[in-house]
Design a protein around this ligand. Structure first.
Ligand code: SAH
Ligand code: SF4
Length: 350
């Protein structure tokens, strides 16, 4: 398969263009056009021979759309196709202050969390950084957005399919590329990376000099119970995760966030709230409660609204900063990996 130019930084692209015996200023035009979502054939600023030379060797846009579904609440879900036929998904959420895009970092996931549809068929492959970026570029173009101040997407969350820290290098390259001044230029402060808690990679990330938000999927304050819903918990204990979060805070000065999916009767009792308070009180962190999006592949049930608010009240009373995330896009298979799973079932293929 042809190499994808979206994988490269502006500086790397300059070298590629010079190696093609073209003037280096062309790299600026090409970089902008690529990040606006153009195919080579649409880059009319370039001569026809140059466009042909580029398309002989390289691919411009690695992500195309299969379908999009719009929820009654305005959330829009995209099913994207990659060049090798694999499919991934992204979710666009509209908030008062602008659009947030949730992107996938892998095709599938090998972490196998009990409640998640993304891990059902294991990991198929890592996404290249240009493919993760391609999701953002596609949706920005879809919204008629441009580069820099003209971008339409304000926030990015790495909370689609996949474990970003299991695809570390491509994820870090993506974070740098999507915040490049010449491109879409999304502020790193408006990017959140969610991990199931891969401790050594969390330490590595804290040394990258990025100012992104770190989010950890906790889902239980007890190691033994966490292991039952998140197999990765067998490798990394909660105390190790908390130490890695502290290191992240020390390096970056940025408060970290814990995701906590409320599963009825499983992790939403007073005992769980008390243990969370004991473990997290006094830390520079925030707890984001999420009602489970039920998936038909397992029997886990969501806490009811009443139970969720009760749990939130307990955490707040215990002195934690916490919020209950509002439900979004439930009518369109809102949870991570669900839409892709449905597509695979309908087509009978992966
Ligand atoms: N792999 C990373 C990021 C992708 S999952 C991680 O696990 O953090 C993003 C978030 O969606 C995680 O907090 C995950 O626990 C949550 N999630 C997965 N399946 C869900 C479901 N069925 N309902 C609600 N949240 C879910
Ligand atoms: Fe993977 Fe995250 Fe889903 Fe767990 S919750 S299977 S880590 S995508």
């Amino acid at each position: 398969m042809k190499d994808c130019l979206l994988n490269y930084s502006f500086e790397q692209l300059k070298t590629i263009i010079v190696d093609l015996e073209e003037k280096s200023f062309r790299a600026g035009q090409i970089f902008k056009a690529l990040h606006l979502g153009l195919e080579f054939s649409d880059m009319t600023e370039l001569s026809k021979p140059l466009r042909e030379k580029l398309s002989e060797k390289y691919c411009a846009q690695p992500v195309t759309i299969i379908k999009s579904l719009k929820s009654v609440d305005g959330t829009e879900k995209f099913l994207f196709k990659l060049r090798d036929g694999n499919v991934i998904e992204g979710v666009l959420m509209k908030y008062k202050y602008g659009y947030t895009l949730c992107v996938s970092t892998q095709v599938g996931c090998r972490m196998g969390c009990a409640f998640c549809a993304s891990g059902l068929n294991g990991l198929i492959r890592n996404l290249e950084c240009g493919e993760i970026l391609g999701e953002v570029i596609f949706v920005n173009k879809y919204l008629n957005g441009g580069l820099g101040d003209k971008r339409r997407i304000i926030n990015i969350v790495l909370m689609g399919s996949g474990e970003p820290l299991d695809n570390y290098d491509n994820t870090v390259s993506f974070l740098k590329l999507v915040s490049e001044p010449n491109g879409i230029n999304i502020s790193q402060r408006n990017i959140s990376l969610s991990t199931s808690g891969i401790v050594p990679k969390m330490y590595e990330l804290s040394k990258e000099n990025l100012s992104i938000n770190l989010t950890v999927s906790l889902h239980s304050p007890f190691d033994e119970e966490r292991e039952l819903i998140m197999p990765v918990a067998k490798a990394y204990k909660i105390s190790e995760i908390l130490d890695a979060c502290s290191a992240y805070f020390k390096k970056t000065g940025r408060r970290y966030i814990f995701e906590y999916v409320l599963i009825r009767g499983n992790n939403d009792t007073q005992r769980h709230a008390n243990a969370l308070i004991t473990k997290l009180k006094g830390r520079p962190c925030h707890v984001n409660l999420i009602r489970l999006n039920e998936v038909k592949e397992n029997d886990l049930k969501s806490a009811t609204d009443k139970e969720a608010y009760r749990f939130l009240g307990l955490l707040e009373k215990g002195g934690l900063s916490a919020t209950l995330r509002r439900r979004m896009g439930e009518d369109i298979d809102g949870a991570c990996g669900q839409l892709r799973q449905r597509y695979i079932e309908e087509k009978g293929e992966i």
